[in-house]
Design a binder for this molecule. Structure first.
Ligand SMILES: CC(C)(COP(=O)(O)OP(=O)(O)OC[C@H]1O[C@@H](n2cnc3c(N)ncnc32)[C@H](O)[C@@H]1OP(=O)(O)O)[C@@H](O)C(=O)NCCC(=O)NCCS
Length: 194
């Protein structure tokens, strides 16, 4: 959902991010279970009703800021952002570690892949995370073989912080490598020149 002060819809380059509706989720479901999309996902094929419910319920979750990406009237992607606690010492119960991290993820309809749209979605999510939600650090993960996905993270200025040897299980390939990328608020600001 949306914290007070966060305005939807919001721009993402040529795309626009809008909160989900049952209608827009039906549009996403036209391509969401395409093998080109599910191949490198952890949540592979989704059941339509559960998918709609999860997205619509997330609108009320104050830690979730996920949205549907539109190009004109077409729902061409999804952009997900969820806020979590960072690691932090518990005796400072309300310390700066509370709500200090965000995870991000993105999907693009294969018909619209290769046009830089995921990079635009990622950039819009970093603006939201750092400039508006004020988190300290943003992370994202992928299978190491998902080259397009980690290219997006590198184009955004994220750093590969973990190369997990055979830490990720893929239904056809078995145990394969995974990557975790991250970027700090100060690194993001330096990239923006301020
Ligand atoms: C991964 C995904 C989000 C990329 O979306 P996209 O809009 O095509 O991404 P972009 O166009 O912004 O950038 C992709 C980059 O990867 C590169 N790339 C794409 N496929 C590649 C491949 N097989 N090998 C090497 N580079 C590849 C592109 O050239 C581009 O880099 P460049 O701009 O430096 O040339 C999209 O393909 C997708 O939704 N895949 C299925 C779901 C998924 O895997 N999501 C991520 C889960 S971690």
């Amino acid at each position: 959902m949306t914290s007070p002060g966060i305005v939807w819809p919001r721009p993402a380059g040529e795309l626009e991010l809008r909160l989900p509706t049952a209608e827009s989720l039906d549009r996403v479901l036209r391509w969401r279970n395409d093998p080109a999309v599910t191949n490198w996902l952890l949540k592979t094929e989704v059941e339509p009703e559960a998918f709609r419910r999860a997205w619509l319920d997330a609108i009320a979750d104050p830690h979730d800021h996920s949205a549907i990406a539109f190009l004109g009237d077409e729902a061409v992607g999804t952009a997900s952002l969820w806020v979590t606690d960072a690691m932090g010492q518990s005796h400072v119960a309300d310390g700066p570690w509370r709500g200090a991290e965000a995870g991000i993820g993105y999907l693009i309809d294969p018909a619209y892949a290769g046009r830089g749209y995921a990079t635009e979605l990622g950039r819009a999510l970093l603006v939201l995370a750092f400039d508006e939600l004020g988190v300290h650090r943003v992370t994202a993960g992928c299978f190491a073989d998902n080259t397009a996905s980690w290219h997006v993270m590198e184009k955004l200025g994220m750093r590969r912080e973990q190369h997990g040897r055979r830490d990720s299980w893929h239904a056809e390939l078995g145990w394969i490598d995974g990557y975790t990328y991250a970027i700090l608020a100060e690194e993001w600001r330096a990239r923006q020149g301020g």
